[in-house]
Design a protein around this ligand. Structure first.
Ligand code: TH1
Length: 830
């Protein structure tokens, strides 16, 4: 039998003619075949979009080859695997990233040229995959790139939302949300696996059964939905390893409800079944405040249940003893969103696999690690007990049992300290409704809890999880976030990439980013500076063209491009930026004509989405437009100051904006940004940072030195006292004057901005805008001063890139692999 199988395999491989070839002729034939047979257009006439489709399919073929090889290799080697669970992945575009990681970008560019197409133009045809909101989701995407590149045997799991992050449309300066029809034109980057599907249960009751004299719980569901897998290959750079991101879509269950068909209401029965698809229909657009909505909870469980069925099935194919599961499987929880997985594993083990509670619990405590991404209380997920009890009745019982055991253990350790016990309980009893605290569940059941920057861990230890830290200090760690240099330099800034490789004399930094340090020795070199400045200028030209196309505003390339792009949030203080801009405008207006020559011209760029229900954030967007209208049309100001809002900020917009900026702002109130990752993208691209000592910026300061940045504002430990002092502080007259201008309608919309102004005045100033205003202006003045001295500025810019090595997800992932997941590389041989 084995001999027969081998002979067949050899014959098939012979038929296959080895792997796909990457010479120009093969690539052209391939692309044209896809034009004809996949896109079904004539090979003699097809447009740019059709060319993009055919091109992507040809790349996809190559991804699939490596995907197969890698998965077979993992299966054969059977290493410990990491399963990375995240409800959000912001992948952006895939084409350029894929061909670069496969090492065949130039091959494709040549092949296309001979067909009369330009690679870059075709790459622009692709829309973003935006299955996430902000930093957390892009972090998950960057981490996938590093997991693949570092050859780790890992898979990502997520949801395949039919509608990703909403499209932000600005009308009259107001944000409107529109659906993101990202799948309408097909998605060549995914592989639908119709045969990989699992039933997911909801509602119903819990009953008891007896088997071999033992009592068991059986969950009799009230609703069943099918989860279908869509695989998205993730190629590593400089390796053949291609890992998988498996996303689930909801489909009506294959188990027919005969009852409703038999009653004769055929149409209604079908229509009702179709509703199953709503579960994976839409991404929740709010990245902070958590609302206990049933659909959201359904999404969480749907995702968790399908992923675990898949993971456990794979484990059982090769193993028959769950005791070895912790040696073979690590489950990473990205924030609390997937933490129902804990209760689900307990349920499967106890109810379906018939393990004893204690054995199941032992295993569970060894497989989960949890990373938290915030400290803001409104983001901590709390599920109303009644909601969980109706949707997932068995899970509620299990969570109660876990909590009960935990409370007993805890009492033995800390005695009857009831206030501490109630703080640490998974069940929140206070308040009008009882809630399940998902964060407590995650901490109790995970072997490791990670923060996303050093300062974030400090705050977790001393505030949010203080009680838990005192109980289990060894559980708490941090892994400072990173970004992938493949996407954020190689893909998005090809000129800088080439320049770095030229001066370092190697491309090795693309896999080993610490080598960027080697740029330090050329930081003051006149030739290098010249080339550096030229690259940056070309990027600014590209950005200026985009700005003009999007907003109609013509901007000067010589001006300093000053950028703040990120989700709009009070704690991120876009309003401080705007107040600073108004102040600058006011100064220019009140200046003698002769003094204006000394002003450093600025183009202020703001971009970001506001959660649809977040009124204050939406008002900030409107204020930005109102201020821009006034400034940009003031002939007395001209090129000295421009303000533009870039609509519909997403990954591909960031790829354009980041390389073209001179200065970027990361100005959250200290203690509020758990890490921040935008700062790292700008840093890598040689953009200087104007920032508070918050989140990962604290560590950036250590790497590149405060003298190469513009740091301002209250420090973390000062914030609570400053807030308590409130209006007792010395008021800033300048600040008050500007707030009054806004309030009194200097920029129009008089009544509309009142609540914005209330939120930053006197005791209302929760995020300390007024307190930090003065030092903010000083930092801005130092930035102006530095910009005038272009030699110094360029040196700072080079030193920023040179010092950015620590902030690669390659480092983050290597740390997780070593001290949290316990996994090792598994490199597929050539
Ligand atoms: C962000 C944090 O705000 C940011 O500081 C951090 O760099 C990033 O995560 C990655 O670690 C968060 N995003 C979310 C999204 C949701 C809930 C909480 C957070 S915290 C949905």
């Amino acid at each position: 039998k084995a001999g027969e199988r081998k002979a067949k395999a050899e014959r098939l491989f012979g038929l296959m003619d080895g792997f796909l070839k990457n010479d120009p002729l093969s690539l052209q034939t391939d692309i044209l075949d896809h034009v004809e047979y996949t896109v079904a257009r004539s090979r003699f006439s097809f447009d740019d979009f059709e060319a993009y489709q055919a091109l992507s399919h040809s790349v996809r073929d190559r991804l699939i080859e490596r995907w197969h090889e890698t998965q077979q290799y993992f299966k054969r080697k059977d290493p410990k695997r990491l399963y990375f669970l995240s409800l959000e992945f912001l992948m952006g575009r895939s084409l350029s990233n894929s061909v670069i990681n496969l090492g065949i970008r130039d091959h494709y560019a040549d092949a296309l040229k001979q067909l009369g197409f330009d690679f870059e133009v075709l790459a622009e045809q692709e829309g973003d995959a935006a299955l996430g909101n902000g930093g957390l989701a892009r972090l998950s995407a960057c981490q996938m790139d590093s997991l693949a590149t570092l050859d780790f045997p890992a898979w990502g799991y997520g949801l395949r939302y039919q509608y990703g992050s909403f499209r932000q449309v600005i009308l009259d300066g107001f944000q409107h949300e529109q659906p993101d029809y990202w799948l309408n034109f097909g998605n060549p980057w995914e592989i639908e696996r119709v045969h990989v599907s699992y039933p997911v249960k909801f509602y119903g009751t819990v009953e008891e059964d007896i088997l071999n004299g033992q009592k068991y719980k059986i969950w009799v569901p009230g609703e069943m939905v099918e989860a279908v897998a869509y695989d998205n290959p993730i190629p590593g750079y400089g390796t053949r390893n291609t890992i998988n991101l498996r996303l689930w879509a909801a489909k009506p269950s294959g188990q027919d409800d005969m009852e409703s068909y038999n009653t004769g209401d055929y149409i209604n029965a079908i229509v009702n079944r179709q509703k199953a698809e709503t579960i994976s229909c839409v991404l929740y657009p709010d990245d902070r405040s958590y609302q206990g909505k049933e659909l959201r909870l359904k999404q969480h469980y749907f995702f968790v249940s399908a992923s675990l069925q898949d993971i456990i099935r794979r484990f059982k194919e090769e193993h028959n003893n769950f005791e070895t599961l912790p040696d073979k499987v690590a489950l990473q929880l990205t924030d609390t969103h997937p933490s129902l997985a804990i209760a689900e594993v307990m349920r499967v083990f106890v109810d379906e696999e018939h393990l004893s509670w204690n054995r199941a619990w032992d295993i569970v405590c060894k497989i989960f690690s949890f990373t938290t991404h915030t400290i803001q209380p409104e983001a901590l997920e709390k599920i109303p007990v009644d909601l969980l009890g109706s949707l997932l009745p068995r899970h509620l019982q299990i969570i109660y049992d876990i909590n009960c055991n935990f409370m007993e253990e805890l009492k033995k350790k800390i005695g009857l300290d009831y206030s501490r016990l109630s703080r640490m309980s998974i069940i929140e009893e206070e308040g009008p409704v009882k809630n399940i605290r998902m964060a407590n569940l995650s901490v109790i059941c995970s072997h490791t809890v990670n923060g996303v920057s050093r300062i974030h861990l400090e705050l977790l230890k001393t505030k949010v999880f203080k009680d838990f830290y005192e109980l289990w200090p060894q559980k708490f760690q941090y892994k400072t976030n990173g970004v992938t240099q493949r996407r954020w330099i190689v893909v998005s800034n090809p000129n800088l990439c080439a320049l770095i490789s030229k001066w370092l004399g190697t491309e090795a930094w693309i896999r080993n980013v610490d080598l960027l340090m080697g740029l330090r020795e050329y930081a003051a070199d006149a030739d290098f500076q010249q080339e550096w400045k030229l690259v940056r200028r070309l990027n600014k030209i590209r950005l200026a063209e985009y700005i003009e196309a999007m907003s109609g505003v013509k901007v000067s390339i010589d001006a300093m491009f000053d950028v703040q792009i990120k989700r709009i949030h009070e704690y991120k203080r876009q309003l401080l930026n705007l107040i600073g801009i108004i102040h600058r405008y006011d100064c220019i207006k009140n200046m003698e004509k002769s003094d204006r020559r000394k002003v450093v011209p600025r183009v202020c760029i703001i971009g970001g989405k506001a959660a649809p229900g977040y009124e204050i954030a939406k008002k900030i967007i409107k204020l930005c437009h109102a201020v821009a209208e006034k400034i940009n049309n003031d002939p007395g100001v001209g090129d000295l100051l421009k303000l533009v809002f870039i609509p519909d900020y997403n990954v591909s917009v960031a790829e354009l904006v980041v390389p073209g900026s001179d200065l970027s702002q990361h100005i959250s109130t200290a203690g509020y940004e758990a890490s921040g990752t935008g700062n790292m993208k700008f840093l890598m691209n040689g953009c200087l940072l104007l920032a508070t000592a918050d989140g990962s910026t604290v560590e950036i300061i250590e790497e590149i030195g405060e003298e190469n940045m513009f740091i301002f504002g209250a420090k973390v430990h000062e914030v609570p006292t400053l807030r308590d002092k409130g209006s007792a502080r010395k008021p800033s007259l300048q600040f008050a004057r500007i707030v009054r201008m806004i309030r009194e309608g200097y920029f129009g919309f008089k009544d509309y901005f009142g609540s914005l102004c209330d939120a930053v005045e006197g005791n209302g100033d929760f995020y300390l805008l007024e307190h930090d205003f003065e030092s903010y202006l000083e930092a801005q003045a130092s930035a102006d001063k530095a910009f005038v001295d272009q030699k110094r500025w360029t040196q700072m810019s080079i030193l920023s890139t040179a010092g950015s090595g620590k902030f690669s997800t390659d480092r983050t992932i290597a740390e997780y692999a070593e001290s949290t997941w316990g996994i090792e590389p598994c490199k597929c041989p050539f």
